[in-house]
Design a protein around this ligand. Sequence first.
Ligand code: ZN
Length: 294
Amino acid sequence: MSDGRASGGFGIFTVDVEDWYHGLIRDPDRWAACEDRILGPTEHLLGLLRSTGNHGTFFVLGSIAKRHPELVRRIVEDGHEVGCHGYQHISLKRLDPAQFREDLERALAALREAGAQEVVSYRAPFFSLERKAGWALDILADCGIRIDSSVFPMRIGYYGSARARNHPHLAGRIWEYPVTLPSFGGLRLPLAGGFYCRFFPLSWTLAGIRYQLSRGAEPVFYIHPWELDPEHPRITVGRFLTYRHYLRLDRTEQVLRELLQRWRWRSLRECHAAREEGARREGWPGRGAAHAGR
Ligand SMILES: [Zn+2]
C-alpha cells in the first residue's frame, strides 16, 4: 500500500470547492434554485485527508465562503491551505480585466472574512487562464496571489493548452504550477484528477503518479467535492458535459483512498516553500527552474 511513502516524494493535492451545479450550469441566475450539497462531501474529503495524514490546497469559491464560512474555518483548522477559485465560477474567457479584478477582490474578501488569513494561491474556473488571458497574471499579483495553478497542459474539449509548459515555472510575478501530466515519449496523458481518474483504469492513474514521482516531479491531483457525492441531482446539459460529469462517481472514493494511502500529499504552498528553501540552501535563484516530468 505504501510504495511511495518511504521514497520521500510528495504529490500536490488540490480540491476545487464548488457545488455540483457550478460547472454544469453556466448561468449564475439559475444557481439559487439548485440544491446546496457542498458541506457533506467536503467534510468527507477532509476526513479522508485527516485519516491518512495528508494536506492539500482547497480552492474555495468566494460565494461558498460567503454562504458557509464555517466550512472555510474547518479547512483552516485541519491545517490545509485555502486558495481562491474566484467568486462566481465564471470562465476568464467571459470576463474582461475589470470584471475579473472585481470578481477576484470579492472572492478574496469573502475568504478573509470566513477566516482564511493570507490567500496566496489561485485556480481559475475551468482551467481558463490560457495564453489569451495572460493579462490576469498581473491582476492576480496585484491582489497578493503568488502561486497559480490554472493551466492544464493539454488541449481537451473546451479547455487546456497543448503548448503550455508542463512543469512549475515563473510567469511574470507569479509562480505557475500547471496540472502536471505524466509525459511518455512526448505524449502527455491526463491520468490524475477529476473525470480522468474515473475514466481511466485505476492502475493507469497509479502508474502515472508513480512515474512522475520516480522522475522527481510532484504530480498535481485535483478533485471536486461533488465527485464524492454520487447521489447529487442528475440533469442533462449536453452529451459530452453530462458524460464527463456523471461518469462512475461511485469510484472516486476508492481512487482517493489508494492515492492518499500510497503516497504523501501536501499543499501547493507547502510545495512551493520547500522548493524555495531548497533553492536557498543550494544558493540557486530558482527562477524559471527546470523540473523533471515535462
Ligand atoms: Zn471549478
